[in-house]
Design a binder for this molecule. Structure first.
Ligand code: SPD
Length: 387
């Protein structure tokens, strides 16, 4: 078994518990799918429209256009920046979206709250391409894998512009634990000059802060959030940005150190190179571990185009398309059939497909109660306001 397949096989054992932003459809580029791919759309009587709500920078260029061309279905593709934003839309109802892509941390309560509908698996034969190991992991949030299909997975970590960080630290060596760069005043007081950015979301920041202070990252106890807030308040003055445009902020030089997502930091590294920057940007692997996430496609309970949704999910699950996502967006796929189509430089990047030793150190996703999320949001907002 190769190393990245092994990563998820291992995870099945390790994982214990587990305003609408309009964007035009992805520009047309060379269509991705293989010529031998099966027809995407079974005959159905739905209007030929599909409304998708996904994270930014997650779909390869040309993939939506290729689906539209092949299926005749017009896709309206919008993006959201946080799980909280997606969740609020689903709770409000009538979102208008057919497919949404929550992280499992939120998908679990969304399934329990009846906000997502079970998949019609008879219309998605390419489910057979998925890695059973990741489906076992997803079953912690979605018993019997009735609702969720993996889009990608990755981890929340520290991303740096190494060139700028080394300059700002001067004689001070890099810490052994990379989380110190964003949470320890000795470091943040030096790095604030080149820019510290945090993801702008309670359920992104409080869990990593809890992990840093030695608590359960998925604690539901408000007393733990208070402790996280106390630690965070010591570095608040040094944080320049609460960012929902992290790729641009890192690649464009607004931030030299960030709490961000592994793939996005790697995208920022690529963009900086394209822009001829000599600075080295990298995602770090903190010695105490990073937080794993899994983002999943699901069909909303009130989807008007569930058959078109199934057609798209099946299209995305073709090995060629799942591999294209990994190759272009720098996130690991949960599609086993795609693995031999991943480019060697992506498969060999230890901050994309982490090695098994490091994987064992990472923190698996779990979820929060509704009450805990509210308490967490309060703790986060008071930290952000500097209270
Ligand atoms: N560019 C795509 C980013 C997707 C991030 N999803 C992360 C969820 C982590 N909780």
């Amino acid at each position: 078994m190769n190393k990245y397949l092994w990563s998820f096989a291992l995870s099945a054992v390790v994982l214990a518990g587990c305003g609408k932003k309009e964007e035009p459809p992805a520009p047309v580029a060379a269509p991705a799918p293989a010529a031998s791919a099966p027809a995407a759309v079974a005959v159905n009587s739905e209007e030929k429209i599909l409304n998708i709500y996904n994270w930014p920078d997650y779909v390869p260029e040309g993939m939506i256009a290729a689906f539209e061309k092949e299926s005749g279905i017009k896709v309206n593709y919008d993006t959201f920046e946080t799980n909280e934003a997606l969740h609020a839309k689903l709770v409000a109802g009538n979102s208008g979206y057919d497919i949404v892509v929550p992280g499992t941390v939120f998908a679990k309560p969304q399934i329990e709250g009846g906000l997502l509908q079970p998949l019609d698996k008879s219309k998605i034969p390419n489910l057979a391409n998925l890695d059973p190991a990741i489906m076992t992991v997803l079953a912690k949030a979605d018993p019997d894998n009735k609702h969720l299909v993996p889009w990608a997975w990755g981890f929340t970590t520290v991303g740096i512009n190494k060139t700028k960080v080394e300059k700002a630290l001067g004689k001070m060596p890099m810490p052994e634990n990379a989380w110190d760069l964003v949470f320890k005043p000795e470091y943040t007081s030096k790095l604030k000059s080149c820019g510290i950015a945090y993801l702008d979301s309670p359920t992104e920041i409080i869990p990593v802060a809890l992990h840093y202070i030695g608590k359960d990252a998925y604690s539901n106890d408000p007393a733990d959030y208070k402790a996280a807030n106390e630690m965070l308040s010591k570095v608040r003055k040094d944080v320049r940005l609460f960012s929902s445009t992290m790729i641009d902020d890192i690649a464009g030089g607004k931030a030299c150190v960030a709490i961000g997502w592994s793939g996005d930091v790697n995208i920022a590294a690529g963009r900086a190179k394209e822009n001829k920057s000599k600075d080295v940007i990298e995602a770090l692997l903190p010695s105490t571990g990073a937080l794993i996430f899994a983002d999943t496609m699901a069909v909303t309970k009130d989807a008007k185009h569930p058959n078109n949704a199934a057609a798209f999910i099946d299209f995305y699950l073709r090995a060629e398309n799942a591999a294209l996502m990994s190759n272009e967006m720098n996130y690991p796929t949960g599609n086993k059939a795609a693995m031999d189509k991943i480019k060697p430089e992506i498969a060999g990047n230890k901050t994309i497909f982490v090695e098994s030793d490091y994987f064992a150190k990472m923190i698996p996703p779990s979820s929060f109660t509704n009450e805990a999320r509210e308490a967490m949001a309060n703790a986060y907002n008071s930290f952000k306001k500097g209270k």
